[in-house]
Structure formats: structure tokens, C-alpha cells
Design a protein around this ligand. Sequence first.
Ligand SMILES: NC(=O)c1ccc[n+]([C@@H]2O[C@H](COP(=O)([O-])OP(=O)(O)OC[C@H]3O[C@@H](n4cnc5c(N)ncnc54)[C@H](OP(=O)(O)O)[C@@H]3O)[C@@H](O)[C@H]2O)c1
Length: 299
Amino acid sequence: MYVILGASGNTGHVVAKNLLARGQNVRVVGRNAAHLQSLGGEGAEIFIGDVLDATTLTKAFHKADAAYVMIPPNPTSNDVRAYEDRVSDAIAAAVLEAGVKHVVSLSSFGADKPSGTGPVAGLHDLEQKLKQINGANALHLRAGYFMENSLPQVGAIRMLGKVIGRLSPNLKLPMIATRDIGAAAADALLRLAFQGKQTQELQGQRDLDYSEAASIIGKAIGKPDLGYIHAPDDQIRAAMVQMGMSDNFAGLILEMASALNTGHMRTLEPRSASNTTPTKFETFVAESFVSAYRQQAAA
Ligand SMILES: NC(=O)c1ccc[n+]([C@@H]2O[C@H](COP(=O)([O-])OP(=O)(O)OC[C@H]3O[C@@H](n4cnc5c(N)ncnc54)[C@H](OP(=O)(O)O)[C@@H]3O)[C@@H](O)[C@H]2O)c1
């Protein structure tokens, strides 16, 4: 039995779908049954529970041979780091109590650093807590910068006619499509070839910066001159709060942006076939960004 946390989300649903497609027994975990129904239709066992609750998670992990674990984002929390701590405590306690032997965790590049990386410090702590569990083999997938992070730019383009952000315009980032993370996690879970405690970076198809990303988006939406504005902290903070995020979350995202800009947060592995994943940013834009942009136009 495989147990998948965050199973209705970007990465988790791909992990679950891939395992189901290979005929595996899969238990999918989330708070809302409706979000998990399509996976249920494909044969998954649906388990409703909150990742903050160690007792519930222990039940979710009952008889699991392996699990995919993650800290779901909580952008409205007024204390995101405390929330992350509570989730990683609950996950670690449940993995130990249920005796799960193989765990694939969703981590991030930058998780080697204990602090100064915004929400990624919570992923560092998750890795550390899982490392302390004797008898559990853990593979921490240190994913690159999600291509999906560009989706809120739909609103910026509509309002300002530009892509806007805090990252330096020429900062090369290992941008990755979340479906590639899900596929890599499912592969690792199917093979169960990891032993002890390991990390593996997933760097996406290539490194690219926001100037190039804006240009690719611009061509795809019929605005070939679309540019990128490197905005100051206060402007980005105000925009995030206006979108409904807490000031605390916005502050952590700005800390992460600074860590990326200064190189405090960076990949550690040289790019190779094993940490490069297939989906190009151009493909993500054509398949996901353009439809989000058109939907907002229609709305
Ligand atoms: N953004 C980046 O560039 C980046 C890079 C590297 C790593 N990461 C990490 O990736 C993770 C996010 O992965 P993702 O995008 O696959 O997640 P996601 O799409 O946000 O999915 C998370 C899922 O978890 C469920 N969930 C939320 N709160 C829950 C709770 N309290 N208890 C149980 N389930 C809950 C939600 O479903 P329901 O609402 O149905 O419960 C949601 O579908 C974060 O840990 C983030 O730090 C992000």
C-alpha cells in the first residue's frame, strides 16, 4: 500500500495517478473528499484527514509500505514557520509510529540551509526530523522553482501589462513543472531503491530567468514585447497581501527571493541527466499558462 499526502494537489495527484496506472494499491489523503473523487474513481482508497494531526496521520499510514509526504502550503497563516513545524512534527511522529519503511518527501533546493530561506527552512526541518527516524529509508526530493509560481502573473499582466517580481531579471533558476516532480516521486516509490537517508535534486528541463520567462509567456499570449519588472519588496508585499496572503507569508516569500538573489539558496548538484526533467517552460506555458490567462480574460 502506498500513502500519498497532498493527493489533490499539484504533485500528489500525479504521484497517485502514476502509481494507480501501474496497478498499485494507493491511499490518497486530503481534507476534502470531493477533491479526491477522481482518484477514487481510478481505484484509490480515500482517507480524509488533516496533516496537523499525528494520530490521524498514523491511521492514514497504517500498513503503508511507502509514503509520499509533503507540507501543504498555508499562505494565509499568520505564523507559517510554526505551522510548518507542527506539520513536520506530525508527519515524523506518524512515520515512526506506523513503522513506514520508505518515505519520499517533497523538499526544495535550498533545504540544505537551516534558515534565511523563507518557507524552505520548514522543508529543511522536515528532512532533519525524518533523518532521525531509525528504520525509515527516506528520499528527499529537492525540487527546483515551480513553473506554476508564474501563474499569478496572469493578474499582473492583465493589470500592468508586465510580468513583475522580486527576483533579479537575469537570475537563472532551475524551473520545474510540478508534474515532473510527481513523476519522479512515483518512479522512486515504484522502485524503492533508496536506502538510509538520501537527497536528490530535481532541476527541471533547464535554468531560465524571469526575463526569458516573460518573453516566452509574451509570445504565447500574443504580447511579444511583454517585459519583466524587478519590483521592490514593499510593492510585492502589498500585491501578495492584496491577493489574500498573510503578511507573515509574504515576508517569508520575500526572504526566499532575497536568498535566491544572493545565492544563499542555490542548487548543489551539477546539472545531469538524473536531475534534469523533461517538461520545457514553453510546454508549461502552452498547456497551463495560456489557458489560465484566457480564463481570466473570459471572467
Ligand atoms: N513553489 C515552489 O517553487 C516550491 C519548490 C520546492 C518545493 N515546494 C514545496 O512544495 C509543496 C507544495 O506542493 P504542491 O504544489 O504539490 O502542493 P499543493 O498543490 O498546494 O497541494 C497540497 C494539497 O494538500 C492538501 N492540504 C492542504 N492543507 C492540508 C491539511 N492541513 N491537511 C491535509 N491536506 C491538506 C490540499 O488538498 P485539500 O484542500 O483537498 O485538503 C492540497 O491539494 C510545499 O511544501 C512547498 O514548500 C514548493
